[in-house]
Every structure is written in structure tokens, then in C-alpha cells.
Design a protein around this ligand. Sequence first.
Ligand code: NAD
Length: 429
Amino acid sequence: MVQPSDIPKVIQEAQQRLDLIFERLSVCPDTKQRLSVPHRMVEAAIPVRMDDGSLQVFRGWRVQFDLTRGPGKGGIRFHPSVNRDEVTALSFWMAIKCAVVDLPYGGAKGGVRVDPKKLSLLELERLSRGYMRAMADVIGPEVDIPGPDMNTDERIMGWMSDEYDTLIRQRRPAVITGKPVAMGGSRGRTSATGEGAAQVLQIWTEQQNQQPEDLNIAIQGIGNAGYYFARAAKRLGFNVVAVSDSSGAVYSADGLDVDAIYEHKRKHRELKGVSAKKGGEVSSLSNSELLALDVDILALAALENQITQDNAGNVRAKWLLEIANGPVAADADSILLDNDIVVIPDVLANTGGVIVSYFEWLQNRSADYWTSEQVTERMQEVIRTQSQQCFELAEKEQLDLRSAAYMQGIRRIAESMDARGTQSDFKNK
Ligand code: NAD
């Protein structure tokens, strides 16, 4: 029997956000118990020969939180603050996220405690290959499929995939996603998260009987996800009036030229000097001013915990789109709710990336590779169906969108667990 002391603190906290959902769904106590302890946690030492001949041992983790709905899915992050609890919490949220959009996956996550900026390229390659050697026994196309996350990219996924093939002496590209296209990666993966988020926003806009042309957007974090979101949102007719990065923010009421901004940022590594869409004036803002802009939509595409109980009261946007993972802290939820600000949650809004990762896995297993158009079309189909279901559930159950998305995910996980046998089956015998 699982005792409360067995449940990691991070999971207790995550589950507090879900208590209401467990209650409303009246899920069998088995499910809650199963979802309170990770299925498997692996902690490994990863020895790496450094360029100067010394040996450095890094610590790495892979946590598979729940595999009821399918093999584990979740990225691997390289960061100096990675720890077992963080990886565990992220693996839990991956289980929920995959279920929200009905992918046949469980939830997993991996990480290595390292500052990758301090490694040479060859040291980074040795570490990446070392991680795969350490975890190969618990990873596999039918067991657990990693992908990129913070500070890991397609080159690292390519090294890991190659290492796995070397270990098992077979070609198994479906072991990992986010690989370069030349190694079996999917077309459309790079833009998927941003494109997907824009589509979720479009569906919500339709649901609210509003026109994109009448709505303006401020975006915190014009990195990969933020840029592709801005580009797609503009194409759909929304007006992007402000963007920020870690160096500051820019604003133009006439709308910003997001392609020029991305190019400018690539060249100059900062936003100063960017241009507006119709040549209008561009003004500089601080990051906190961007968060408090009087816009229709605030899209958060930078980091976690950006809106907290300290600044939630300053938000003037009417909709908040969570493109980053966890950008709204749990303590800000009720403040936003009281101020009638709709939060479109991360577990729905940023699923474009994991959906296209699923497509990559499908393509690798069938050896049938899709065009970019096919990828986009199929991603849109999944996002439309799952977003509409979530928005309808919110309406029917009179829930905020975050609670509705959690309900959609937990219900699916619970159904899958129940299908394998429940306490009531036993009692009816
Ligand atoms: P990225 O590193 O490409 O971009 C992050 C951007 O945020 C950078 O431009 C950075 O300058 C900016 N930033 C950092 N701190 C900031 C601050 N305080 N204020 C304003 N801007 C700031 O990363 P990314 O891949 O775009 O990911 C962004 C977020 O989206 C992360 O939370 C990530 O976990 C999440 N996410 C990304 C993907 C994906 O496919 N890229 C998928 C799911 C979730």
C-alpha cells in the first residue's frame, strides 16, 4: 500500500491542482494511488572523458511516470539545476499532456545535471552517447521514447539514436524523436509547437465568435516556440503588437514584422532596432511592462513561473496562452480566474511538438515518410478535435479550461487503468 510519505513532494503538489478533478470524475481510488508514485525511476552515473584527458562523472535520470496508455514519451534536458524531483514532476505532466490530446503514450522525462555551455562539442557528444548507454535498457520504441527538451536539440537526438543503433546492432530510429530529417526526423517538427499553439488559439477564437483581425497579441519569449507561434498567428490574421526576449521587449500598435525581428535577433542577439509592420513607431518596454500590456492575448513562450501571485493582478489581457511549460504558477490561478482572465493551458496549447513527435515515431515504424503538408494537415486534425472536446467539456462541466484539460487527460488515463481490472470487478465476483 502506498503511504503518503512515499509520494514525492513535487507530485503531492501537482496532485493538489488535480484534487478537484479526481473528485468530480469520482475516479476509482486505485487510479489516484497508481498516479501518486512513478512507475520507474533510473538514476545513473555518466562518466565522460574530457578533452584535457580528465574524467568527469555526470548524474542523469530517466523517470517513467505512467505507461498505462502506451510507451513513455518525454524529452531529455541538460541543465545545471536538473534533479530527480524536477524530472519526476515533468514526467507526471507528460502523462497528462499525452492523454489530453489522446496520443497512445504514457509520460516520461529525462535529464542530466550539466551546464552544456561549459562543454566542447566533442564532450557534449560523449555525454549524449553516455546518457544513451546508461539508459538503453529502459528505453526503446515500444518502451519509452525520449525527445529534445531544454538545451538538447536535433544533433543531440541524432547522436543518441546512433548510439542506440550501435548498442543493439540494428537500425531503430523510432527509439527517439526530434532527430535530423536525414536520420528519420519528421518534416515540420521545428515549427510544430508554435504552429500548434496558434491553431489552438484560432479554435478558441472561433468558439468565442471573434475575428482574429480584431485581436492583438503580446508574446513573452521570441525563441523557437514564440517565433513560429508569431508567424502562424500573423498568417491567421491576428495582430502581433509586442514581443520580448531575455534582453527586453518591443511594442508597436501598428503590429510588428515578426520575420524581420527573428532575423534581426539572429544577427544582433537583441531586439533593439527592430521595425514595425507598416513602418510605424516601435517603442522599447521592460519585460514586466510587456506582461501588463492592455492587449487581447498574452502568449507566454519563455519560462516557467512567469505569472505568480505577485504580478497576476497586473495582467490586463483577456486571454492568456501558455506556450511554455508552467508559465503560470499555481498560486496565480485563482487571481486570474477572479479577474475573468481565460487561461488556455500548456497541456493543450503546446502539444503541437509532441503530436509531431508521435508522427515521427509512426513514420519511423512504417518507413513511410510524409510531406510537410501532410504533417501540418494531420497535426491540425488532432489539435482541432482535441481542443474542441476540451472547450466543450469546460462548457458542459462549467470548468475553467485548465481544469477541463486535466479532466480530459485524467479521465482517459483512468479508463485505461480501469480496463485492466478494478476493485468493483473484484467485488462483483
Ligand atoms: P528558446 O530557448 O528557443 O526560446 C526561449 C526565449 O525566451 C528566448 O528568446 C529567450 O531570450 C526568451 N526569454 C528567456 N527569459 C525571458 C524573460 N524573462 N522574458 C522574456 N523572454 C525571455 O526555447 P523554446 O524551445 O522556444 O521553448 C520555450 C518554452 O516553450 C519552454 O518553456 C519550453 O519548455 C516550452 N516548449 C517548447 C517546445 C518546443 O518544441 N520548442 C515544446 C513544448 C514546450
